[in-house]
Design a binder for this molecule. Structure first.
Ligand code: UDP
Length: 512
């Protein structure tokens, strides 16, 4: 049972609680915030979701779905000053950047939204109760301070990775390390954890990002709380520790579970690059649990040689698969290889999706029995909700921590055996993972061996727990209600203190 759309308008002392959500313009950050918008609105909050024209275009499916459900969600669209910062017109999302160096320009252009956003919020019919901002947008804290409302941050990380990041930053663990392979021990972490520097948060070398990393962290520390896309039953131990170092944490996930039917699942994110009906027909023709789904999110760039090795491994495994390839256009050599026999050889059991796949819709299909993922947190938690075991293939950032959580702690996945980091924006020259490793991992996960059975059972169990968390009375359900209530109380308190201030002023002027 869901929250029941719009049936419990959350008002505090007759005020509607108004959340302003400011997602980072990258699909892995925006998509969970559209889900968050839907969930909060279902619990009666009014939502303004800040975006720009190109990104608003990508949200057409989301907008249609919330309209159809009658939810109080509004896009607050601001022109994006791409050209003012040396970016091509219309370059409004991280997945549109041509090179690593454009990140600085992009982040500066995002920062220039501060004044227009402030102006729009001042003019808004309904004063905002709070801002939930992507942590990267450190500048939204100025807006919250000026409007006198709380600022909550959203990192998109799981608790395990958030806690690790906190320990790394708080203790400056990476400061004097020059060797990317030097192993760093995270003391204070509730379970033993050590990783090479390059696999820890804060090691991503992207010009522009490095310069604002401290600001992001400082403003996050000053924020009024954190909203997490996780649920208490998944990361209990890590959540307990995280709560000791962070004032306020609201775990309100898995937020993807706001989608309860195939139509809204299919409309999530960009427009799919294939006919969803054909995709479902293909899946319907396969045995339950027989298909491995391979997808690496929106930002990783895999070397052409690596894609070939991956394809050959899938072929050798003899299992049905859906493989999402983003690089088709960028690497003619891969396209040529696919056309030169590969596609023909796997025609009866392999589907290749070039471009955007309706990932959630696919993962939820009963034919899917395994998920080979780059371990972005959204993909990981989507896999958890779908109750499918995973093969982990992290590339960069906190993906290595998510791998650890999945493999070592939740025990619902196995590593493919990645040897090094493939940083965002820098393509590898060679394949790191051989076709044999791919074949072994796929065969092990998709066969009936004891290890795979155990992973499958535990994955199903977490899927059930995930659903429970968002059902009436579940942990995340309750946290959503508390969050809305608390933001409503803050609003009343600030309204009362400004009313009190006005009365004091009046008293002063009458006694003078
Ligand atoms: N996604 C999708 N279709 C695609 C690629 C990605 O629906 O073809 C969605 C995926 O379901 C997830 C998000 O995009 O919700 C990617 O986020 P994640 O954190 O997994 O990875 P990132 O792209 O940020 O590395």
């Amino acid at each position: 049972a869901g929250a029941g759309a719009g049936d419990q308008q959350h008002r505090c002392c007759s005020r509607t609680v108004h959340f302003v959500l400011v997602p980072m313009m990258a699909q892995g950050h925006t998509i969970p915030m559209t889900d968050m918008a839907r969930l909060l609105a279902e619990h009666g909050a009014q939502i303004s979701l800040v975006t720009t024209p190109v990104n608003a275009g990508r949200m057409a499916g989301f907008v249609a779905a919330v309209e159809e459900a009658g939810l109080p969600v509004q896009l607050l669209e601001l022109p994006f000053p791409a050209a003012d910062f040396g970016l091509p017109d219309g370059c409004e999302n991280i997945d549109m950047l041509q090179c690593k160096d454009d990140m600085r320009k992009f982040l500066e252009a995002c920062g220039a939204l501060r004044e227009p956003l402030m102006a729009r919020l001042r003019q808004h019919d309904l004063p905002p109760s709070c801002i939930v901002s992507d942590m990267m947008y450190w500048w939204t804290s100025d807006i919250a301070r000026e409007l006198g409302i709380p600022r909550l941050t959203f990192s998109g990380f799981c608790t395990f990775a958030s806690l690790a990041r906190d320990i790394v930053y708080r203790n400056n663990l990476l400061r004097d390390l020059t060797d990317e392979e030097e192993v760093v021990k995270l003391s204070g972490f509730p379970t033993p954890l050590e990783l090479p520097k390059a696999r820890l948060p804060g090691s991503l070398c992207v010009p522009g990002l490095e310069e604002i990393r401290e600001k992001i962290y400082d403003e996050e520390m000053r924020s009024d709380g954190k909203v997490m896309n996780s649920f208490d039953e998944l990361e209990t131990l890590y959540m307990e520790s995280y709560k000791q170092v962070t004032d306020k944490v609201w775990t309100i996930g898995p937020m993807c579970l706001c989608h309860r039917d195939r139509n809204t699942m299919a409309a999530r994110g960009n427009k799919a690059s294939l006919d969803e009906v054909k995709c479902l027909q293909w899946l319907d023709s396969k045995k339950p649990g027989s298909v491995i789904f391979v997808s690496f999110g929106t930002l990783v760039s895999t070397a052409p040689q690596q894609l070939v090795e991956l394809g050959l491994g899938l072929e050798a495994s003899n299992k049905p698969f859906i493989w999402v390839i983003k690089a088709g256009n960028k690497f003619p050599v891969v396209e040529k290889w696919l056309a030169d026999g590969f596609e023909e050889r796997v025609i009866d059991r392999g589907m290749i999706i070039r471009g955007w796949a309706p990932q959630m819709m696919i993962l939820w299909h009963q034919a899917i029995g395994g998920f080979m993922t780059h371990c972005g947190w959204n993909s990981t938690i989507e896999g958890i909700c779908a109750g499918v075991p995973m093969i982990t293939w992290p590339h960069f950032a906190e993906q290595f921590l998510n791998e650890k959580l999945v493999v070592d702690h939740l025990k619902i996945g196995m590593e493919v055996g990645v040897k090094g980091v493939t940083q965002w924006g820098s393509e590898q020259k060679e394949a790191q993972v051989t076709r044999n490793s791919v074949e072994t991992a796929v065969s092990t996960l998709m066969n009936e061996g004891e290890a795979a059975q155990g992973m499958r059972m535990r994955a199903k169990d977490f899927g059930i727990k995930a659903r429970r968390a968002l059902e009436e009375g579940g942990s995340s359900y309750n946290n959503i209600r508390l969050l809305i209530q608390e933001m409503g109380n803050e609003q009343n308190a600030s309204a009362m203190s400004s009313a009190g201030h006005a009365v004091d002023q009046q008293r002063k002027s009458t006694t003078m």
